[in-house]
Design a protein around this ligand. Structure first.
Ligand code: ADP
Ligand code: MG
Length: 682
């Protein structure tokens, strides 16, 4: 970067020390930072034909004042000014709140320009800006910036303008000429200027297109470099298995693998055999058979003499996995153990010793599994289930456990492609995109709360057939503020309803671990017929005899989560049902319910979820490692994202990138991220 741009913002005309402090708070320290503080959106001041404007959309119109403005006061300082305006042949109403002084300027028949929110039904604009007279300022777009403290958008614009005058010529290109001409990208200095001082719509588009590509490319360079560094620095274990053994294990399973399962098994085993460390994400829809794939990988590692570890997010899931792994692996002489926070004292000590001596081949557990006191003799493979709960840094910590074991991350939520290549951009991805044969589609219905009676009758019919049902509630205890059903009330209600006929279990996160365990056992052994629960049963829980899933206040949940919950049924051979009890108020809520009733495909659900909630909320957690882009939008710009990813991969793999002068700015950028030194990412 040009040295001049690294000067403090105080070098810009008009910026004194005080202003600089405010700018610092906004993360702007240098002249460069000031240039890079891009608008997050643009106000569109072009005149529009009201016929084409959507309800509640912001609009600027020009018209003639048709009626004497009426001013009414309510409260001390609150007022409303109302007048009629002819816009073309339309007579509309304009309202300004709390700007009484406008009244004196209004004259019938004078030209007025109003910007505000359009109410299509009432044919009314609630104005925010107003200009009287014909000499309207010729502006079309106005950038809107995020600001802090005493800074104003107007002031900021002036400073940026001054900065361009003084330092504009120092702005340099950072992309190689080859890419610029290949994609006909606007050069950086022009693009930067256009972002701050937009003129035509087309220029804005081109400037934005350039920055979207640049942002994605820089980000992907970081991810791809990280991937390369990881490969090179991590000489992994070559797990030199014999195919016959693995095949024998696969043949011992009660079903043939699906083609998709075969494909991902091959991908995983190839990684394990290679001298590189595996760093792979395994994704597939609920019930697509990831657990079996995990078992095959673990078996393979253990068959070569290594130990395996399987880490899951909850104790319930740990126990369930432990049980199914035992069923599959014990016949092959494999000794497994379960480690959770409830394994204590002597039992824990003995377990850790057996692990350290290599007597235990497979350890299954919760987070307890990566604590320091847990030492393996020779760990070969670590698998984590539901890994999207970990960000990129936690993934690193996990990989640092043991002696460079191979690592496989599994996720139950299919990850939309755009997130897969950003959030997991440094990993290889295997996808199971096929369900085992004969799976029935779970019939999903959306019902209003007032249809509960009919739903109870429906549940009872299924129970009479010997089936079981889940009933999910969003809350544990009564909450006065929120008008939501809680598990305790619903449990009480259902216990009474089914009294003398069917037993109703109760499960939630605040129960002690052993009680949870007991409740789950009773349900899986078909003693309790109905399980009222919070979302603790969301992931992984497997009770094939359950055919009904009722979800209270379903609009409260994200789509991916609803899909997970729904995946608790339909796990046996019987037709299963999911009933969403919801009275959503928002359009978004209604749309989510409709999507659930229309598709059973987790990949489709995930894409929709991402669209409706945005990338930040997709994983529902802050530490999920979703990167933030200034200009680019992962969802809407995903095509560019894919292009940038391919370009980044090609660059990183090419000789020229590491030496040729044309790539120097990119190399410098990469060096500044710390990835090349194996430093932590943010
Ligand atoms: P996931 O972990 O992907 O949600 P599971 O591994 O729990 O799915 O598998 C769901 C159910 O499907 C399990 O009961 C499992 O035994 C069964 N299953 C897995 N693979 C197959 C297959 N290839 N054919 C038939 N059933 C399968
Ligand atoms: Mg699973």
């Amino acid at each position: 970067m040009n040295q001049v741009l690294e000067e403090s913002v105080t070098a810009v005309k008009g910026i004194g020390n005080e202003t600089a402090l405010t700018l610092n708070e906004m993360g702007i320290h240098t002249v460069f930072d000031l240039f890079e503080h891009l608008p997050f959106r643009y106000e569109d001041y072009r005149l529009k034909d009201l016929e084409t404007v959507e309800h509640e959309e912001r609009v600027t119109i020009e018209g003639k004042i048709h009626s004497q403005p009426m001013l009414t006061y309510f409260g001390k300082k609150k007022s409303r000014l109302t007048f009629k305006v002819f816009v073309g042949n339309n007579l509309i109403t304009v309202i300004f709140f709390n700007q009484p002084y406008l009244k004196s300027k209004m004259e019938i028949n004078s030209v007025v320009t109003v910007t505000g929110k359009w109410d299509r039904n009432r044919q009314t604009i609630t104005g925010s800006e107003c200009h009287i007279g014909e000499n309207r300022q010729e502006k079309e777009y106005e950038p809107v910036y995020s600001i802090k403290g005493s800074m104003t958008v107007k002031g900021l614009r002036r400073y940026i303008g001054n900065a361009f005058k003084q330092f504009g010529p120092a702005i340099e290109e950072n992309l190689p000429q080859g890419l610029i001409s290949q994609y006909r990208l606007m050069p950086r200095p022009n693009a930067l200027w256009t972002m701050h001082f937009p003129t035509s719509e087309n220029d804005m588009k081109q400037a934005r297109r350039r920055f979207v590509y640049e942002e994605f490319l820089l980000f992907q360079l970081k991810m791809q470099a990280m991937r390369k560094v990881q490969r090179e620095e991590s000489k992994g274990i070559e797990q030199d298995y014999t195919l016959e053994k693995v095949t024998a294990f696969i043949e011992s399973l009660p079903f043939p693998l699906t083609d998709a399962q075969k494909r991902v098994v091959n991908e995983i085993l190839a990684d394990m055999k290679s001298p590189y460390r595996m760093n792979r994400l395994l994704q597939g829809d609920v019930g697509s058979g990831k657990t079996v794939v995990a078992a095959i990988a673990l078996y393979t590692s253990i068959s070569v003499g290594y130990q395996g570890a399987l880490m899951v997010p909850t104790e319930i899931l740990a126990e369930q996995h432990a049980a199914s792994m035992r069923t599959m692996l014990e016949p092959f002489g494999i000794k497994s153990a379960l480690l959770t926070s409830s394994v204590k004292g002597k039992k824990r000590r003995e377990l850790l010793e057996a692990l350290n001596s290599g007597e235990i081949n497979l350890l299954i557990g919760t987070h307890a599994l990566i604590q320091d006191e847990v030492n393996f003799l020779n760990l070969g493979l670590v698998i984590t289930d539901e890994q999207h709960r970990f960000g990129v840094n936690q993934r690193r910590v996990l990989r640092e456990k043991g002696n460079s074991p191979d690592v496989l991350f599994m996720t139950a939520t299919p990850i939309p492609r755009t997130l897969a290549i950003t959030v997991f951009g440094e990993m290889d991805v295997s996808t199971i995109d096929e369900m085992p044969a004969g799976r029935k589609i779970i019939e999903t219905y959306w019902a209003k709360h007032n249809m509960l009676d009919r739903i109870l009758v429906f549940i009872e019919k299924e129970l009479q057939q010997g089936r079981q049902a889940y009933v999910i509630c969003p809350l544990i205890e009564e909450s006065e503020k929120m008008d939501l059903e809680n598990v305790l009330d619903v449990h009480a209600m259902l216990t009474q309803y089914f009294a003398g006929r069917y037993q109703v279990g109760l499960m939630h996160g605040k129960l002690p671990a052993d009680e949870k365990d007991a409740v789950m056992k009773e349900f899986s052994q078909n003693i309790t017929k109905v399980l009222v629960s919070t979302t603790v049963v969301e992931v992984g829980v497997n009770v094939p005899n359950a055919t009904v899933m009722v979800i209270y206040d379903a609009e409260r949940f994200g789509l991916a989560q609803l899909h997970q919950l729904r995946g608790r049924v339909g796990r046996g051979g019987d037709q299963s049902f999911c009933i969403l009890l919801a009275d959503p108020k928002s359009e978004n809520g209604k749309e989510r319910m409709t999507i659930m009733t229309e598709t059973n495909d987790g990949f489709v659900v995930s894409e929709k979820d991402l669209e409706l909630r945005g990338p930040g909320d997709f994983f529902g957690r802050k530490q999920s490692g979703v990167p933030e882009f200034k200009v680019a939008d992962m969802v809407h710009d995903y095509r560019t994202l894919e292009v940038a990813r391919n370009d980044a991969a090609k660059l990183i793999a090419s000789e020229a990138f590491w030496h040729a002068p044309d790539y120097e700015p990119l190399r410098k950028h990469l060096a500044s991220t710390g990835v090349l030194d194996g430093e932590k990412l943010d």
